[in-house]
Design a protein around this ligand. Structure first.
Ligand code: FAD
Length: 309
């Protein structure tokens, strides 16, 4: 009766949601082992070992894991899984790629984006873009799930769990990593930022994002987000999209500028601690989820706000 948590990292840093997933993993009150796979993951393994609640850190270290594929990682996890009753990770593009594969190979169900874990392997998760909360019970011998990090507290550090190596099978031949491209930004990453300023279709151009949204974000040391309409129109890059088909954020402060508040957008930001909306339509849906609403033309209100800050 053990729990296996898969740690996401980029070779340099642990994904900030891992420490939250460690808290989620405590639910079953059984030893929690954390697997980290990488080319040189020793320093990150030591960080994991320091998290309270981690029983041991399993290290799969191999040069071929510099850019691991889901296929390769699944080949590491599946042989380990028979010793576990729970295999989980923080919900992200990484785990959405990996854990369905693991679940399929184990011939068990996959539960994604779990918001709450109840007794007896019962889970609450959002469906229909988060508009309905479904309570589901899973009877599989191995529970495979991803958890919404923002719903769980960050595990404290100060512990010193055991670190041990695990076998790394050769990389599968069917697929291989070719390249990856990042948008370089001085701003905090969207999913980790304490403040997010998001712009919508109303901005009307990429220039307006640069001239209206960016200065406000600079003042607040904020990440920039965007609605899908803004992304589809080419006003903002795809990786800034917040929502059901973008990223889910839960910052201390979310400022929605010229965003109507469609359910698919709300899905990605409604867990924010404080939501501020600036929209010229007093009937806009976003005001229903906003803590503070300003009915105004964004092209006047946002520069004024930036200047006042
Ligand atoms: P609009 O709905 O056009 O809203 C623009 C707002 O700006 C309006 O409320 C208007 O009053 C206001 N406005 C206009 N001019 C001004 C001004 N000068 N000053 C102030 N306010 C002004 N959307 C997402 O965002 N993220 C997703 O992940 C996502 N996934 C989707 C998945 C599916 C399957 C589908 C079907 C849709 C998805 N959408 C998503 C799209 C979503 O339904 C909306 O179409 C989109 O969020 C609208 O973006 P918007 O609010 O920027 O634009």
């Amino acid at each position: 009766m053990r729990t296996l948590l898969i740690a996401e990292h980029d070779g340099q840093h642990l994904n900030e949601q891992v420490a939250r997933a460690v808290t989620a993993a405590q639910h079953w009150q059984q030893p929690v082992d954390v697997l980290i796979a990488g080319a040189q993951p020793d320093a990150l393994a030591a960080q994991l070992a320091a998290l309270q609640g981690v029983n041991s850190v399993l290290v799969a270290s191999d040069a071929a894991l510099q850019h691991p594929t889901a296929e390769h990682l699944a080949d590491i996890i599946v042989p380990l899984a028979s010793a576990y009753t729970v295999v989980l990770a923080a919900h992200s593009a990484f785990s959405k790629n990996l854990l369905p594969r693991v679940a399929a190979l184990l011939d068990v169900n996959m539960l994604s984006d779990v918001l709450e874990i109840q007794d007896g392997n019962t889970y609450v998760r959002g469906i229909y873009a988060g508009n309905v909360l479904a309570t589901v019970h899973n009877q599989d011998a191995i529970q495979v799930l991803t958890v919404r990090g923002s719903k769980f507290a960050i595990a404290a550090s100060g512990a010193s769990a055991e670190i041990k190596a695990v076998a790394t099978p050769a990389a599968p031949q069917g697929s291989r990593w070719v390249s990856e491209a990042f948008n370089k930004s001085e701003r905090p990453p969207l999913t980790a930022a304490k403040v997010v300023v998001s712009g919508g279709r109303a901005l009307g151009s990429a220039d307006a994002f640069a001239q209206v949204i960016a200065p406000l974000a600079d003042k607040l040391h904020a990440a920039i987000g965007a609605s899908r309409a803004a992304v589809d129109a080419g006003y903002a890059p795809n990786d800034l999209q917040v929502g059901q088909t973008g990223v889910v954020v839960a910052p201390e402060l979310y400022i929605a500028v010229g965003i109507s508040g469609a359910i698919q957008h709300a899905y990605g930001m409604k867990d924010s601690k404080v939501v501020v909306a600036i929209n010229q339509d007093p009937e806009a849906q976003i005001f229903k989820i906003a803590d503070y609403g300003l009915v105004a033309d964004l092209f006047e209100a946002v520069p004024e706000l930036t200047a006042a800050l």
